[in-house]
Design a binder for this molecule. Structure first.
Ligand SMILES: NC(=O)c1ccc[n+]([C@@H]2O[C@H](COP(=O)([O-])OP(=O)(O)OC[C@H]3O[C@@H](n4cnc5c(N)ncnc54)[C@H](O)[C@@H]3O)[C@@H](O)[C@H]2O)c1
Length: 363
């Protein structure tokens, strides 16, 4: 039986990720917070609240403790950051306030940054509601918002006090959003866990009712928890937390060049994972047969491996030059030395990347 609570080991900032009897546990924890004189607030989005109208009241939140923001990436902005801070101040939240995020990665990133900033930092809890946020964004403490100039340009490392993963919440998630979350699951297999990758191939597909889903979510959280424990603030000179960006240098360029919203993040990651495999093969780090294998597993989970309409290679390259991972003006990528084993690679030839973009359908 897999463990039902996992600890992210970060010394005095360690915290549990709960996987079982989650609603019950939340109810007890909220009641204990209140009993010790603490106040609670929740930030969520309108679509999640519409999909799960009773969830928050059932675990013990009052209506006037909930701030509902619009659904979508545009909410991760200075405007809504400011609105959320004003809401806390306007409802007299003080240092003993515990702030919960109930939603996907957008709400988790925004609420986490609000928690990191308000009164120089208040306690923060994550209740992720998308597959992507369960396997990735709710764990690890990266919080932040976007600027008009680019994604995630402002933020803080602010670890949650606990993460509550209730996969039952995924019942209402659209198949497209579910597939987008699967891109991050496949990513974990490719960068750190060959067995997970092989299990995904054998599964052929997965949906919210698959009996394998809870164990897969736990496995991804365990991989992320270990990587974060080893390199919390992504300061390792090579490898470390940056490995979680496998496929993401390509993905962020696609999202940027196509305009945010054209591709879901996970869809762009699907193409990015295919390209990262092709790059690893071109660098002679692994056999060419892995390209077909990676594309096969991505297609099995309804993810694209090529652009669905041509983007300009010059736009994609320009977006890559702005990537946060670059060092001293040189492109930095995460590549694989084998399926299940990733490394950071600097100084890759720009012409090689341009060739890969053309193969993916850029012009
Ligand atoms: N902090 C990190 O480490 C990290 C890691 C990966 C991604 N991210 C960020 O996460 C964000 C993407 O997260 P996301 O994919 O969860 O997007 P999201 O939060 O926008 O959620 C996707 C959509 O699903 C809806 N939704 C959420 N839960 C639902 C449910 N249970 N039922 C029905 N609808 C539901 C939302 O309202 C939204 O419309 C991006 O901003 C990305 O930058 C952060």
């Amino acid at each position: 039986m897999p463990t039902e609570t996992l600890t992210v080991q970060l010394a005095e900032r360690s915290y549990p990720i709960h996987f079982s009897d989650v609603a019950e546990r939340l109810k007890v924890d909220i009641s204990n917070l209140r009993a010790s004189g603490r106040t609670v607030r929740v930030i969520s989005d309108a679509r999640v609240l519409e999909a799960h109208p009773e969830y928050l009241s059932q675990v013990g939140f009052e209506d006037d403790e909930i701030l509902s923001l619009p659904a979508g990436e545009a909410t991760k902005s200075i405007e809504f950051f400011s609105q959320a801070l004003s809401h806390l101040a306007g409802t007299a939240a003080n240092r003993d306030c515990a702030l919960f995020a109930f939603g996907g990665g957008v709400i988790g990133d925004l609420a986490g940054y609000v928690a990191a900033s308000y009164l120089r930092g208040i306690d923060f809890y994550q209740i992720p509601s998308t597959l992507l946020s369960m396997v990735d964004s709710s764990v690890g403490g990266k919080t932040g918002i976007n600027l008009p100039e680019g994604k995630n340009l402002v933020g803080a490392f602010w670890q949650p006090k606990a993460v509550y993963i209730d996969t039952a919440l995924l019942q209402t998630l659209s198949p497209r959003e579910f597939a987008a979350g699967m891109a991050e699951v496949i990513k974990y297999g490719m960068l750190a866990d060959l067995e997970l990758f092989n299990d995904l191939i054998a599964l052929k597909g997965l949906d919210v009712n698959s009996p394998e889903l809870p164990a897969i979510v736990r496995r991804c959280c365990a991989i992320k928890a270990q990587i974060v424990a080893d390199d919390e603030k992504e300061t390792a000179a090579s490898g470390g937390r940056a490995l979680l960006n496998l496929g993401h240098t390509f993905a962020h360029a696609i999202e940027n060049a196509a305009g945010y919203g054209q591709y879901l993040h996970g869809e762009a990651v699907g193409i990015g994972l295919s390209l990262a495999t092709q790059l690893s093969v071109a660098l002679e780090q692994m056999p060419a047969s892995n390209i077909a294998l990676t594309d096969k597993v991505l297609h099995q989970f309804q993810l694209p491996t090529r652009l669905n309409e041509p983007l300009k290679s010059s736009d994609l390259m320009a977006a890559m030059q702005r990537d946060k991972k670059n060092r001293r003006g040189r492109l930095r990528f995460v590549t694989m030395t084998a399926l299940g084993s990733a490394v950071t690679t600097d100084g890759i030839d720009v012409a090689l990347i341009e060739q890969l973009w053309c193969k993916a359908g850029a012009e």
